[in-house]
Design a binder for this molecule. Structure first.
Ligand SMILES: Cc1ncc(COP(=O)(O)O)c(C=O)c1O
Length: 294
């Protein structure tokens, strides 16, 4: 997926447009197909359905050209490095069967969005009413402790039982597993996904209200506590400088957010899940003070 990021290993870079297409990257490998990033905001389409159809058809052309050759399709449910871009609602529901029909498998990268951050959706793929063949997990899984996992079907996991021993030194490490389990327990006991939903909706509303007062806030998008705020200039062009001014201004008051997207003009807001309403008020009122300065 255009602007996708899936890791820093050799293969990770090969499948990450964000890496191979950036400064220092060596370009797309011949064996990789690149699907255009299906965005709604900024695409000129007035509805999710229209955007879905357009991007599905574009990707379908690639799939049909390479029939029986595609091994896998990988995408994040909301494209983080693309600038927190949610996929149009029916996009994956069309792509997944097309990939499977020609023999490929479908992978959901939940490294950024998984583990309740999206509130109503514990896993991002649930937003789109689809079930992947492989789900990859990382970052939030250990709340800072290094642990990742691959979840897959019995059929795929049994395919590793081919006589070649499949293991790694730290695979199944009991300490890491205990930490991973503790994280899941805390999420459940403290209803952190419900909290992410409530706090995220509140924050999204505050940011949208702010956008009505300050036109440079051109779009507020995302789910739960995984939000993006796209900053444009008076000519409706990406305004990286203004986005960086906001990010750096917030940092001076000890509030850390990021910027991302192809033009680096999208504020990326993904705080810890215990972020609360007071924290939202502080974030947005500080943003407003910065926005008032020209
Ligand atoms: C969406 C996504 N996928 C995969 C990865 C790779 O995870 P790791 O750095 O643990 O290899 C990252 C890391 O930033 C990520 O954001």
């Amino acid at each position: 997926m255009e602007h996708g990021y899936h890791g820093n290993t050799r293969q990770g870079i090969d499948i990450s447009h964000y890496k191979y297409n950036h400064q220092g990257g060596s370009g797309k490998m011949e064996y990789i197909l690149q699907a255009p990033m299906p965005k709604v905001f900024g695409s000129g389409f007035s509805s999710e359905e229209e955007a879905s159809l357009f991007y599905f058809e574009k990707t379908l052309e690639e799939i049909q050209t390479h029939r029986n050759e595609i091994g896998a399709f990988i995408a994040e449910p909301i494209i983080g490095c693309g600038g927190q871009v949610p996929l149009p609602k029916t996009y994956l529901k069309s792509i997944y069967p097309a990939i499977r029909a020609q023999g490929g498998i479908c992978i959901s990268d939940e490294v950024q969005v998984g583990f309740g951050r999206l509130g109503n959706y514990f896993w991002g793929y649930e937003m789109y009413d689809i079930v992947p063949d492989i789900v990859i997990l990382g970052k939030p899984m250990g709340n800072g402790h290094p642990i990742g996992a691959v979840i897959t079907t019995s059929e795929i996991s049994e395919s590793f039982e081919n006589g070649l021993e499949f293991f790694s030194s730290f695979g199944g490490n009991p300490v890491s597993c205990a930490i991973g389990e503790a994280v899941l327990n805390i999420i459940e006991e403290e209803n952190l996904n419900d909290e992410a939903q409530k706090t995220g909706s509140y924050l999204k509303k505050l940011l949208k209200d702010l956008g009505r007062k300050y036109p440079e806030i051109a779009d507020v998008r995302g789910e739960g506590l995984f939000l993006g705020v796209e900053i444009l200039d008076e000519f409706n062009q990406p305004d990286k400088n203004r986005a960086h001014y906001l990010k750096n201004g917030l940092r001076k008051t000890n509030i850390l957010i990021g910027t991302d997207g192809p033009e680096d003009n999208v504020l990326k807001i993904k705080p810890p899940l215990y972020f609360n309403m007071d924290n939202c008020n502080t974030l947005v009122s500080t943003m407003e003070i910065l926005l008032q300065k020209k």
